[in-house]
Design a protein around this ligand. Structure first.
Ligand SMILES: Nc1ncnc2c1ncn2[C@@H]1O[C@H](COP(=O)(O)OP(=O)(O)O)[C@@H](O)[C@H]1O
Ligand SMILES: [Mg+2]
Length: 241
């Protein structure tokens, strides 16, 4: 028996702009991610990877098609219910991190839990545990501008993994990290999937897609290929990106 998917993207299209500024960023993409699955998304710059992740995370609505998280169509939710679903069920690592500059590392991580009604003390305890998991317990009380790029990135990852998130979306989360720290992040994502979460990861690094159960390729807004990470074909794909 196959478990119900955590994420289902059904024939989703996305058009930005109007008339002469119109860009079709995604053409009818379909994708399911089951509990326990780590799916890597690859493709050239501008191929629609971030757009796909935005739709999957309910940050933006598809122009056509539908996105379901835990069986719930995002199109049917009020803004308030959508915001709650995002806080509770979806962890998001943004390509540009999006840490709140006026909050410390621990406060940034605790914020979604506090917004969700967890007490400040409990949220801080969870935040410190999440920081320890990414090997950064010592930066808890530093502000983003007092941390290196790699530290900020790990804080953003800790924020995405805190609490019982069932869907983790990560847009090139290892970009500013050295290879050893990047591997550590992949290990964390893999562990979260092995514990039952579904994870969609945009990455340029073939060695990071090797941690995935499947790799999806985007080209000009269309999913052109899907392969299992351990299939021989993936060994040749490093040359393509
Ligand atoms: N907010 C936006 N407004 C207009 N065009 C956009 C916007 N976001 C992305 N695009 C365009 O959509 C296409 C896909 O972008 P994106 O999803 O960011 O690709 P990737 O993450 O693969 O680099 C690109 O042509 C990009 O310029
Ligand atoms: Mg992108």
């Amino acid at each position: 028996m196959t478990a119900n998917p955590v994420l289902e993207v059904r024939n989703a299209g996305k058009v930005y702009g109007v008339d002469e500024t119109l860009v079709t960023a995604l053409h009818g993409a379909s994708l399911s991610v089951a509990p326990g699955e780590l799916v890597a998304v690859r493709g050239a710059s501008g191929s629609g990877k971030s757009t796909l992740l935005h739709l999957a995370g309910g940050l933006d609505a598809p122009s056509t098609g539908d996105v379901l998280v835990e069986g719930q169509s995002l199109a049917g939710l009020s803004r308030k219910d959508l915001a709650r679903l995002r806080r509770r069920s979806i962890g998001y690592v943004f390509q540009d991190l999006n840490l709140v500059p006026s909050l410390t590392a621990a406060e940034n991580i605790a914020l979604p839990r506090e917004l969700d009604g967890t007490s400040a003390a409990e949220a801080r305890t969870e935040a410190l545990a999440a920081l320890a998991e990414v090997g950064l317990r010592e930066v808890a009380d530093r502000f983003p501008d007092e941390m290196s790029g790699g530290q900020q990135q790990r804080v953003a990852i800790a924020r995405a993994l805190i609490g019982p998130r069932r869907l983790v979306l990560a847009d090139e989360p290892t970009g500013a990290l050295d290879s050893e720290t990047g591997e550590g992040v992949m290990r964390l994502l893999r562990a979260r999937c092995d514990a039952g979460a579904a994870c969609l990861l945009v990455t340029h690094e073939p060695r990071h897609s090797a941690w995935a159960d499947r790799v999806v390729f985007l080209s000009d807004g269309a999913i052109v290929d899907e392969t299992t990470a351990d299939a021989p074909a993936v060994l040749d794909l490093g040359a393509l990106t």
